[in-house]
Design a protein. Sequence first.
Length: 280
Amino acid sequence: MEARWRPNARAADGAPEDGPADRRTRERGMAASRKPGQRLDEAFGLGAAEWAGQVKGRLAFVPWVPSRRPIQPLGTGGLDARRTARLWARWGRPGPRFAARPRFVQPGRLVVLWDVSGSMSAYVPLYLPWLHRLVQSSTRTGVFPFGTELLDATPVLRQPLPRALQALAGLEGPWAGGTSIGEALHQWLKVYGPRWLGGGTTVMVISDGWDSGQPEAVAEGLRRMRQSGAVVYWVNPLAATPGFEPRTRALRAALPYVERLVAGDSPEALLRFAREGAAR
């Protein structure tokens, strides 16, 4: 049995647990928060270093999309009539062999909208090495942390992990503040959507679903992404909790537009999702 992520005490200070009573407390308090973010605690990188070595050199998550250019072979795409005709012409007669049309794929665009608000702050060391590896794996990947505001962390995550950790610790932004998922989605669509959407983009939302905004805004943002042809995954560290059900208003609003709700509660779960999701 794989172990769930256990945040260190300092990172988890003030973060709610997963029991029913604590969930009710979070719904009344943390979930309703719209307080501004702050700087990351200097100790946040210690937990990240604990499993960074496991993800180094391993598949983080690279979605593949069809390509007309010969970048990466992926089996065959059916009969190639012209090549078959040339083959038979060399033989002087029709034969039992047919020429197949090769299929090619290339890395698709991957957008990660990463909730780093107060209720998710204890999980920053869990997701950070994976997201760093993900950005390192493909230039077509972008990571956008959000709380009540959103920023583009992609350039920072292109650096080696120690330097990226140091740079993130110096950034002021959404860390450990309130949450407004719908506002973050709409801000991203307005500022970054024209560049990132289209051509089979994969969107990954990492969030526990606790939100101070309107669920209709979440639904509308995801609907627009799906309308552009994007595939949406939702990674929730609480989804592996026994008896879990998507009860928050934001999660319920999101589900009609989500391809899959993933339990991202451990390094093993993230690596397993990488293998399964990248092969879609």
